[in-house]
Design a protein around this ligand. Structure first.
Ligand SMILES: *Cc1c(COP(=O)(O)O)cnc(C)c1O
Length: 461
């Protein structure tokens, strides 16, 4: 049984530590990351001793926690611009805490009625936002990669209804996905037994956007290879560049040819909540399936993603399986038959609490503000000598490079990381390496951007 007093004391300490940590991270004086080698870190944190001897107390825990936080990566830091990891909002953090204690995995309704009902409400809201409310259905999963895999399973069930029993028909199906698609899609294709040879790349512009008018070419190639399309994937937006595909035109092509249309909106579907940016997703309602991560732009911790489908039945058909101890009688409110995960966490709560606290409008303003900051970075960089910006950003992801063709962008990135003020990622576009910033943290402002460009120029000279 819990020692309630001990728990309450340690929980209070945790709140105090986290409050100080987030406050300091947002203000930005500490390094965004220190990246010490794991051996050194294990020694500093006393890992071996704690594992072997146990005996942590409220007091030693507090010391451990402060060290743990200080040696990690600060996502709330203004200079945290590398990956699409949210600086989570605190209502979502509270939900994680509640889950840690109440632990109501809810894929069987009876194992967590409130958790399941909250997830239903969140899914219904997402279906409304994407225009799939009519016959649509969905489920929350641990991440966009799993959501993409689930969507492709649904697409396979539609294209080859017998595949669950007989296996994926060899050499028969094709997955149409541009090279700019997230790697999880080709990986999902391999997992479901399509094989890499089944991936056909539609023609794209130099920035990796699908050219809708060239889609007949790829369909031709698929047919000449003796295959038929299982699904076509569009990015909303692409992970590398943050650019959106033309969903309206691609969706129309899919409809005309009876091809399953999957929109990977893991990162960018949240722009549906911003009046100024909603147009980027025009046509999303023509999708057969959609991936939408809440842990990127809706301010939850990793992971909480939705896979949404046009016809709720498609998700049931994706998993035709019997497990006598779980699936008996009617499925009713159980979601277990629609997800890869068994004891799935109560993911709806963290999405819900952010919505409940800030409203759809508040979350939309968050998206709009991050997109605007990335645009400002693009404007500032484009106006500075030595910087090259290959495109005008459409989201909060922006790529740029400094110096001539021989300037090593990876070395610039490494120098910045070692200095500790900025953490960038990098991406390849049309064969060239660029620095890549994703503006995720509300703390990142104009002052950060100018300082970043100064630091990049110094590191590149
Ligand atoms: C981040 C991302 C994914 C993967 O999502 P995870 O939640 O990290 O598994 C898939 N597709 C796109 C477009 C993404 O940006």
């Amino acid at each position: 049984m819990w020692n309630i007093e001990e728990f309450a004391g340690a929980a209070h300490d945790t709140v105090d530590s986290l409050a100080a940590y987030v406050s300091e991270s947002q203000a930005g004086p500490s390094p965004v990351l220190t990246n010490p080698p794991p051996g050194e870190l294990a020694a500093r944190l006393g890992l071996d001793r704690w594992i072997r001897e146990g005996g942590m107390t409220g007091e030693t825990y507090r010391g451990f926690l402060d060290d743990y936080l200080a040696t990690g990566t600060r996502v709330h830091h203004p200079g945290h611009l590398a990956h699409q990891i949210a600086a989570p909002f605190f209502p979502a953090a509270l939900a994680d805490f509640v889950h840690g204690a109440a632990n109501n995995p809810m894929a069987l309704y009876e194992m967590g009625a409130s958790a399941a009902t909250v997830e239903f409400a969140v899914i219904r809201w997402m279906l409304e936002k994407t225009g799939l409310a009519g016959q649509g259905g969905g489920v929350l999963t641990h991440g966009g990669s799993l959501a993409n895999l689930t969507a492709l399973l649904a697409a396979r069930a539609a294209a080859a209804p017998d595949a669950w029993r007989a296996g994926t028909p060899a050499g028969e199906l094709a997955l149409l996905a541009p090279p700019s698609a997230h790697y999880s899609l080709a990986r999902a294709g391999a997992i479901i037994g399509l094989g890499e040879d089944a991936v056909f790349e539609p023609a794209t512009d130099p920035l990796g956007r699908v050219l809708p008018e060239r889609l007949p070419d790829v369909l031709d190639r698929v047919r000449r290879a003796g295959r038929r399309p299982m699904a076509l994937v569009a990015g909303a937006c692409a992970t590398g560049t943050g650019l959106y595909d033309d969903l309206r035109a691609i969706g129309a092509f899919c409809r005309e040819h009876g091809i399953w249309f999957h929109v990977d909106g893991a990162h960018g579907a949240s722009a549906l909540l911003s009046e100024r940016h909603r147009h980027l997703l025009d046509g999303i309602e023509t999708a057969d399936s959609i991936t939408w991560d809440a842990h990127k732009m809706l301010g939850t911790s990793s992971l909480a993603a939705a896979v949404l489908v046009r016809r709720a039945d498609d998700l049931d058909r994706a998993f035709r399986q019997e497990a006598s101890y779980l699936f008996y009688g009617e499925q009713g409110f159980d979601t277990m038959g629609r997800t890869i995960e068994c004891s799935k966490a109560e993911l709806g709560l963290k999405v819900f609490l952010n919505l409940a606290w800030y409203g759809e409008r508040g979350l939309g303003e968050h998206v709009a503000a991050r997109y605007a900051t990335a645009r400002r970075l693009w404007e500032l960089a484009a106006a500075r000598p030595g910087f090259t910006c290959p495109y005008e950003p459409q989201s909060n992801i922006v790529c740029f490079r400094y110096g001539g063709p021989d300037t090593d962008q990876a070395a610039i990135r490494a120098r910045l990381m070692a200095q500790g003020d900025f953490y960038l990622s990098s991406a390849e576009i049309a064969g060239s390496r660029y620095l890549r910033a994703s503006v995720m943290a509300p703390a990142t402002g104009d002052k950060t951007l100018s300082a970043l460009l100064d630091a990049v120029a110094r590191a590149g000279s």
